[in-house]
Write a protein that binds this ligand. Structure first.
Ligand code: GCU
Length: 334
């Protein structure tokens, strides 16, 4: 379904009930089966565009599937979206890596600073079934969630109201982070103090001074207009972030073999398109934010390297985490 705009924002469970009622039985009414996807980004974001194109491909190659994307946290923040996919009120969602850490600590590995050297390395690891096959099905039994794959978040850096060169420049600053222990430790490694906050609350958080700083990629910095309230971007490049595309496992299992094959092919094309769009969107974001008054500057890389790299030793505590970490590092370019 194209160009759908939701204007009313209703709390999670209520929205989900309304959606179910509005969508009807799907296949039975001959109108196809739009997959409802919860997203916290705007329509201009590469994730929206790639998922929209996924819908077009599904409409052509399956017996009636399509995508129906609810952007801008319309269905709630990622923590709620995760729950809605688990109980089947929503079919799919895009959730950031830290959201999955609490469901299975093995996901911690791919959220660590410096585990991936760049986007190409990350995508090679994430879409290698030998490495991630078990991880991606590990939530099915308990949570009824299957991980289909990942969309890159690119390299993340810090932004605030002044240029940052070393961790000492962030001393005493409240840095907004995503909701996980690793993220809080990362804020400390960067030199500041972590404050967990949902993505959609960040603009006003920065504006009102609830937080002093944040860290993200250029695309979010620009599309969420954070540059207006935190105009100094400093290239800490502390982490190549990852979004997971999750789907309700019962729904996936209910597809016919032919539809499932077409779905997998369309999903592969979608994440490949996303990676391509990412490079272009990053460039446009830098230009757009600069035109809007943002300043981008380099940091003292060596000063950040040691505390960030030490995090792997603290957070990798099990054999399965170690195996994933070693496999990821082995796939880096020599
Ligand atoms: C990125 C990522 C989102 C995530 C956000 C955040 O924009 O793509 O999935 O929610 O960072 O920092 O919360």
């Amino acid at each position: 379904m194209r160009n759908r705009t939701i204007t009313a924002v209703v709390a999670g469970a209520t929205t989900a009930t309304l959606l179910l009622a509005a969508c009807g039985p799907g296949f039975a009414d001959g109108e196809g089966r739009p997959l409802r996807i919860a997203l916290n980004q705007s329509e201009a974001h590469p994730s929206y565009i790639a998922l929209d194109h996924l819908g077009e491909a599904l409409a052509e190659t399956t017996e009636g599937y399509d995508t129906d994307i609810y952007p801008n946290e319309t269905l709630g923040a990622q923590a709620e979206a995760l729950q809605l996919v688990s109980d089947g009120s929503v079919d799919m969602a895009v959730v950031s890596g830290p959201q999955l850490e609490n469901l299975n600590p093995d996901f911690v590995v791919f959220n660590l600073p410096r585990v991936f050297d760049d986007v190409e390395h990350q995508m090679r690891v994430i879409h290698d079934p030998e490495i991630t096959g078990d991880l991606f099905s590990s939530l099915e039994e308990r949570n009824n969630i299957t991980v289909l794959g990942g969309f890159t978040q690119g390299a993340r850096s810090v932004y605030t109201d002044e240029p940052i060169e070393t961790p000492a420049d962030l001393a005493g600053k409240q840095i907004r982070v995503q909701e996980s222990d690793l993220q809080l430790a990362m804020a400390r490694a960067l030199g500041g103090i972590g404050t967990p906050l949902a993505y959609g609350e960040l603009y006003t958080g920065l504006q009102s001074g609830v937080v002093d700083a944040a860290e993200n990629n250029e695309v979010s910095y620009f599309t969420q207009r954070h540059f207006e309230v935190a105009p100094y971007w400093s290239y800490t490049n502390h982490l190549v972030g990852l979004d997971y595309i999750i789907i309700n496992s019962d729904l996936l299992a209910s597809m016919t073999p032919a539809d499932r094959e077409a779905f997998d092919a369309a999903f592969t094309a979608a994440h490949e398109e996303h990676t391509q769009l990412w490079a272009e969107a990053t460039q446009e974001a830098i230009e757009g934010a600069t035109a809007g008054g943002a300043t981008f500057s380099e940091v003292d890389d060596a000063a950040f390297a040691e505390p960030l790299e030490a995090m792997a030793d603290t957070f990798i505590t099990t054999d399965s985490q170690r195996a994933l970490y070693d496999a990821a590092r082995a796939a880096a370019q020599p």
